[in-house]
Design a protein around this ligand. Structure first.
Ligand SMILES: Nc1ncnc2c1ncn2[C@@H]1O[C@H](COP(=O)(O)OP(=O)(O)OP(=O)(O)O)[C@@H](O)[C@H]1O
Length: 252
């Protein structure tokens, strides 16, 4: 089942094209890694897909009324600023707002969603702490939990694992993979190619505003594309422990 479909989505900012003819369908069960060098257009693609940026072309998500959009897609932006000194539990409950009628108090189902999201991100010990006083990585996990609490068919996350320690990076990718395996569609942008290769079911590679490759990680991460798009050489091995992928050298 297709959860997101983009058709020739294009964005120009200050007269400069930064997203060009992005066409993409994401289905339930997929964990899509959006990869590409700095400035390739990953954030722009996600923001245009969400309808947060004016774009030409079509996004099935941007076409939805605002409330339905919020029930369809959870969005975790790159900026991790938490503005209010509320508890972790309260912040995660904000993810439930699209499911509540105006002025309504959280129902049992909302509390249950928050509990599940906190447990998934191992945040139970922090649930009564003030969110603004947590470390950067802890705040990132809280914001992922808020997105999970929305319990939407689609999750879009912009560099969700940046700044997390290795254990939480792996655990978070496993959480996303688990959500995909249970029928969600997940799109994450990330710079960590080893984790992208290992956990994503599909990679979409961007370069200078265009999608230049889309497919299984092995098919996308070819030596030629790595050299041309990322200017690196990498070791790529299939092992009993799954694929091991490691950039090792810059090529200019
Ligand atoms: N408000 C803006 N005005 C003009 N240009 C912008 C604006 N926002 C982004 N851009 C440009 O659009 C291009 C794509 O940026 P985008 O943030 O989508 O890239 P990205 O792939 O997410 O990069 P990164 O990996 O560095 O986060 C960049 O060249 C950037 O400088």
């Amino acid at each position: 089942m297709t959860v997101l479909s983009l058709d020739a989505l294009s964005v120009s900012l200050r007269g400069r094209p930064v997203l060009r003819d992005a066409t993409l369908s994401v289905g339930a069960g997929e964990l899509v890694g959006l990869i590409g060098p700095n400035g390739a257009g990953k954030t722009t693609l996600m923001r245009a897909a969400l309808g947060l940026l004016g774009a030409r072309g079509r996004s099935s998500l941007a076409a939805l009324p605002a409330r339905e959009r919020a029930r369809t897609a959870a969005w975790m932006p790159q900026s991790r600023e938490i503005a209010w000194p509320v508890t972790v539990e309260t912040l995660v409950m904000l993810g439930r707002l699209p499911h509540m009628a105006g002025g309504q108090r959280p129902a049992a189902a909302d509390h249950a969603s928050v509990d599940r999201a906190l447990a998934r991100m191992e945040l139970d010990p922090l649930r009564h702490r003030t969110a603004t006083r947590l470390s950067g990585g802890e705040q990132a996990r809280v914001l992922i939990a808020r997105a999970l609490a929305q319990e939407t068919p689609l999750i879009l996350a912009d560099e969700p694992i940046a700044g997390l320690d290795p254990a939480y990076q792996i655990a978070t990718m496993q959480t996303f993979a688990g959500l995909a395996a249970s029928g969600h569609a997940v799109v994450v942008s990330l710079h960590d190619l080893p984790l992208a290769a290992r956990h994503c079911t599909r990679l979409v590679m961007m370069d200078r505003g265009r999608i230049v490759a889309d497919g299984a990680p092995d098919a996308v991460l070819t030596p030629e594309r790595l050299a041309e798009v990322f200017h690196v050489r990498a070791l790529h091995r299939q092992t009993e422990e799954g694929p091991i992928f490691q950039p090792i050298e810059v090529i200019r």
